[in-house]
Every structure is written in C-alpha cells, then in structure tokens.
Design a binder for this molecule. Structure first.
Ligand SMILES: C[S@@+](CC[C@H](N)C(=O)[O-])C[C@H]1O[C@@H](n2cnc3c(N)ncnc32)[C@H](O)[C@@H]1O
Length: 202
C-alpha cells in the first residue's frame, strides 16, 4: 500500500472512531470478558513489565492488564475522543494519540504489545509490525487478538464503512513475523477467539 493511501485510511478511521465512543464504552458480557482474560493471560505478563495497548479505544483491556501489576501501561489510538474517555476511566495510563505505524516511543522499551480487536483496522500492517518489533525488547511479545473471532470480523466487513481486513492466518502472518525477528509461539483460531502470540527473538 502506498503511504498516502495508508494516511488517507488512518484519517478516515480517526474520524469514524471519534464518532463511536459510546458504541465501544459498554459493559462487556461475562463470556467476552472471559475470552479477553485468556488473551491477556497469553502474554505471560510479569510484575513490573512495560505494556503497550495499541488501538486501546476506551480501554477495555486496561483492568485485565492492570491485574498483572505492570510498571506502566502505555496506550495509543488514532482517536482523540476514545483517548479522552480512556483518561476519564483510567487516568494512570500513559496515553498518546498516534498511528501505530509511527509510535512516538524509544526502541526496545516495551515488554508486551496488545493489538486487540484492531489489527484488521490497520491500513499498513507490515509497517505496524515493524514498529512493534522496534519498540519491543528482545523476548518481548506481540499479541494480536479478537475476542469474537475471524467470522465476526468477516461479517463486520460487509456492513461498515470502516477499513477492516480479515485476520491473518498463521501461514499468512509467519513470513512477515520471520522478517522482523518474531516467532509465532501460539495461535488459536476458534469460532469465538482469535489469538496470535509472536515473540521477538532474544
Ligand atoms: C474496534 S476498536 C477496539 C478498541 C479496543 N482495543 C478493544 O479491545 O475494545 C479499534 C480501535 O483501534 C484504533 N485504531 C485503528 N487503527 C489504528 C492505528 N493504525 N493506530 C492506532 N490506533 C488505531 C481505533 O481508533 C479504535 O479506537
């Protein structure tokens, strides 16, 4: 994808997600919370870790991440209105308005990156994964996940004007991962759970 096309898509996403704060700021059903808990558990967070929640929205993952006692939770999102709501709910999170393809972070400072329910929204996925590899420490983990699974994303694609692409299969993700010194260490593609863990080589 050409950089100007990726920029155009990101601007559209920012505008649309700004309009969707109320849609996302809802109490999640217990079954969804349970799957989100499995997603966060897959990162094997340790006390004191630095965590980055990409496309954090209103911060659905934040309490679950917080239960592992990280030293700091960073969050980025294109949408300033999502971030304003995140700040109201979770003022301890260090939030930044940014496209993940240009994360305003130093290299090798993050232990775990979550991209939950947002990977399909990224226009330039190779650039986003490059940036994830840059900010992760050796041994750090990138978690790409969706708590409703691949079919849900496929259905969304038919009835939205948001940019959203299908979630990658393991075979589609692995060549990209290998080129960035990531290894896919876990993969679940179930009717209501998509979960891929990629670890940056030591
Ligand atoms: C469907 S919401 C998911 C929010 C949250 N992760 C969750 O699990 O509920 C997707 C979020 O990703 C953000 N987003 C989309 N593309 C992005 C990008 N390239 N960089 C950063 N944030 C992005 C959107 O603004 C939106 O808030």
């Amino acid at each position: 994808m050409k950089p100007e096309e990726a920029l155009r898509i990101a601007a559209h996403q920012r505008q649309r997600f700004n309009q969707l704060v109320e849609t996302f700021d809802v109490v999640q059903p217990d079954a969804v919370i349970d799957r989100l808990r499995q997603i966060v558990a897959a990162a094997e967070l340790q006390t004191g870790d630095v965590v980055l929640d990409v496309g954090t929205g209103v911060g659905v993952l934040i309490p679950l991440i917080g239960s592992y006692c990280p030293s700091v939770i960073l969050a980025c999102d294109l949408s300033e209105r999502m971030l304003a709501r995140l700040h109201q709910k979770h003022a301890h999170v260090w939030a930044m308005q940014a496209d993940i393809v240009e994360a305003p972070l130093a290299a090798a400072i993050v232990d775990v990156i979550f991209m939950n329910a947002m990977f399909g929204n990224i226009a330039d996925k190779p650039a986003a994964c490059r940036e994830a590899a840059r900010v992760l420490r050796p041994g750090g983990r990138l978690i790409v996940s969706h708590p409703e699974g691949r079919e849900f994303v496929a259905r969304l694609r038919t009835n939205t004007d948001l940019f959203i692409e299908p979630l990658p299969t393991r075979e589609e993700f692995e060549p990209l991962a290998a080129g960035l010194s990531f290894q896919v260490t876990a993969y679940r593609d179930e009717p209501k759970l998509y979960l891929l863990v990629a670890q940056k080589n030591l």
